[in-house]
Design a protein around this ligand. Sequence first.
Ligand code: PEP
Ligand code: MN
Length: 347
Amino acid sequence: MKKQFDIIAGPCSAESPEQVMECAVSLAAQGIGTLRAGVWKPRTRPNSFEGAGLPALEWLKAAKQATGMKLAVEVASAAHVQAALEADIDILWIGSRTTTSPFAVQEIADSLKGTGVPVMIKNPINPDVDLWTGAIERLQQAGIENIRAIHRGFSSTQENLLRYAPQWEIPIELRRRMPSLPILCDPSHMAGRREYVGAIAQMALDMNADGLFIEVHPNPEQAKSDSLQQFTPSQFQQVISSLRRHRDIEESDSRKLAPMRSELDELDSQLVEILARRMEIVKRIGAYKHLNNLAILQPQRYQSVSDSVASEAATKGMDEKFIRSVFETIHAESVRCQIENENNNLK
Ligand code: PEP
Ligand code: MN
């Protein structure tokens, strides 16, 4: 079993003293140690429920006294930080819309200096790993040591079954950049519908997430925000107990994987060698186009390369879309190189 796996759960919004208490009591009974609840809600459209504000902090305090749970709330400004800390909130989180704004994140970071309070940072709404990294760095520079990231998915223009596209490559890249930063997954906002939340939570475990951040409401149908994606406490219990947990990798696993990994390393180095050779030819072609006054981009040629590698990939049981996207990247780099050479020729 993974050593550290934290599950934080609670309603999208704190709506009433009774709703907060009922939710906290049922989650505490399931061994959940931290209650999440939105007190100030960033809504896409005005005149939606924008959170209960300061009174909700009192309801949360009462739930903490009754259950001993820690409390986590979303903050979007220095004023929120101040109010939350005065109410003894244990953990703060920065929501997706806020992470998108360096000004707002800096204001929050400045207000947190010297507090030592743990902070969780959701990914920005747009799939920009630099923006996410930058928000984390702003908090680190304010001296906050206990920082976790929350992956909640990204806005996309494409039709998607899910509310927000997971784009797993983004948290994977964040992990590469900051290997010791824990990354939790919020499958509720990603899914947008409760029937998909369990499958995404499992995917997060398979991707080695360090925990889950899940919305649970005593009566989701009546919820004032995100009613379609929240679990009842019993649905939550069912899903959590059916998740397949993984154990930490051990020395003996690494030993057994080593020969396969070195085979991969050998192939990867051949791939790089082949790409370098390919790029040399691309440059020769670029020189010919330049001398003979031909356009760099030749769309029919690109189409025929893409079609032929895709059909060859299909005969080898590979996904055509994958191969097309690999060659899209290779082709884009070839065009970039030819443009660069063209510009050098013009100097
Ligand atoms: C939330 O967790 O309630 C929330 C508003 O999430 P996000 O910032 O991911 O939209
Ligand atoms: Mn929500």
